[in-house]
Design a protein around this ligand. Structure first.
Ligand code: SF4
Ligand code: SF4
Length: 446
């Protein structure tokens, strides 16, 4: 497998679309600390894999940052209490993906003072010790699917890693949480990148940011020169604005010119990718030994009274966020967790925010397309839009003909559900839903 560089063009070669950015609603809004609500509901499936097991009981008193649930099987990271308080109940909640999941509800102690964390030196720490701190702090890929970060930072020994790519593309419309992190915490992100480089035992990092965020590009370029380390080479790249620039395989091609082979991981071509906000969480975990129990989310759309970038405690309910931002505006039609391209519509506000929640969108009629879908007219636009070179139109046709289990040859398992195909389809076909159904049925047949 080659790991050589070809000249990167600052974008990916196949497909991609240009949805309306809609970032102006929050891009200029500084991160605002949301007051802690009376109760927090912590779901125990914050990560990919089996739920954590509670290690607290009803009525237990908790300190801020205490571990309340541990990994007892498979992949995962511990869950921490975001506040000082008391365990009200251990039961089940509605997960943002609208499935029932184990959870712990905590009543917040209003009298307790906030936890204090003191700065630690890390520069001479053993990489394995640093990796342990990342794991103990409960860090997972922020905004992604929730893959445990300490696992991603320990690639198989036979994979020779030479480049860290930090993902600051934030290509989903509306979302500006990463942008605000980059503008307001550039030095911490650069130090987080240096910690990751030490863990990986390499010296080269490329930070990819779409060119529609000049403030973030400037802030990180300046921080890289002021807070860098002569032993590390950290460069910031301005990328073409094209969705899905921030997806892992596309970003790697954009900044290194290398292509991740089908069904392989980035480590197969010598690359590890982390999000810029995850780098900030790694900085907090290593420099302050502060667990990941709060996060920045974008709350946007024309259906919310006051769009904002908020620092919220994990476990805050969507309803609490709505109340804090002045309520819902007339004309609200759809609530989406995540971006409009890859997020999930939800039907209740009684849902807790998790470590992977990047945004909550309140969309009005003008912001969504509710027209019914019709038969495929074989225009081929979805083939041109797909960044993976797949055949979503065939998947749709097979699913409608009840042959979903025969769709593997059209690449359903390579589809990462970016929604580019559905976005361009003139027949408004729900191609991502077709792919999800096809994956489910094809898996059952394997
Ligand atoms: S959702 Fe899947 S099939 Fe559609 S464009 Fe994205 S990767 Fe391709
Ligand atoms: S874009 Fe829609 S109508 Fe055109 S080929 Fe693809 S599925 Fe068919």
């Amino acid at each position: 497998m080659t790991t050589s560089f070809t000249f990167p063009k600052n974008t990916f070669s196949k497909g991609g679309v240009h949805p309306l950015e809609c970032k102006e609603l929050t891009a200029g809004k500084a991160i605002e600390v949301m007051p802690v609500p009376a109760e927090l509901e912590l779901v125990l499936t914050q990560h990919i894999g089996a739920p954590c097991t509670p290690n607290v009981a009803k009525k237990d008193e908790l300190e801020e940052g205490a571990v309340i649930a541990e990994v007892t099987k498979g992949l995962g990271v511990p869950v921490h209490s975001p506040v000082a308080g008391k365990v009200k109940s251990i039961g089940t909640s509605t997960h943002p993906m609208q499935v029932s999941t184990p959870s712990i509800t905590i009543v917040v102690d209003r009298e307790a003072s906030a936890a204090e964390y003191t700065k630690k030196e890390w520069q001479n720490e053993d990489p394995q010790v640093l990796l342990g701190k990342v794991r103990d702090a409960g860090i997972i890929g922020i905004g992604g699917a929730g893959f445990p970060t300490h696992v991603k930072l320990a690639p198989p020994k036979n994979m020779k890693i030479d480049t860290l790519v930090l993902n600051g593309a934030e290509c989903e419309p509306y979302i500006t949480a990463d942008q605000r992190h980059m503008v307001e915490h550039p030095a911490e992100i650069i130090e987080g990148a240096r910690i990751i480089l030490r863990i990986l035992g390499i010296s080269h990092c490329i930070i990819g940011i779409e060119s529609n965020k000049p403030d973030a590009i400037d802030a990180l370029t300046k921080a890289a020169s002021e807070h860098g380390d002569s032993a590390c080479q950290i460069e910031v790249r301005s990328l073409e604005v094209k969705y899905p620039q921030g997806s892992e395989k596309q970003l790697i091609e954009s900044v290194t010119g290398r292509k991740v082979p089908a069904y392989a991981l980035p480590s197969a071509i010598g690359v590890v990718v982390q999000n810029v906000s995850t780098a900030k969480a790694i900085y907090d975990a290593v420099v302050f030994e502060k667990p990941l129990y709060e996060k920045v989310i974008t709350v946007s759309g024309r259906g919310i009274e006051r769009p904002a970038n908020l620092l919220v405690k994990v476990g805050t309910k969507v309803q609490d966020v709505v109340d804090y931002l002045g309520g819902i505006r007339p004309g609200l039609k759809k609530i989406v967790l995540g971006g409009p391209m890859m997020g999930f519509a939800v039907s209740t506000l009684d849902i807790p925010i998790t470590k992977t929640t990047s945004s909550i969108l309140f969309l009005t009629e003008d912001e969504i397309d509710t027209s019914p879908h019709s038969a495929c007219i074989r225009c081929g636009w979805c083939l041109d839009a797909c960044p993976m070179g797949l055949e979503p139109k065939e998947v749709g046709i097979y699913v409608e003909a009840n042959h979903a289990e025969e769709t593997e040859p059209f690449g359903v398992f390579e589809c990462f559900e970016c929604g580019s195909c559905a976005y361009v389809c003139p027949a408004k076909r729900p191609l991502v839903q077709f792919v999800r159904l096809a994956k489910m049925k094809a898996k059952r047949n394997q």
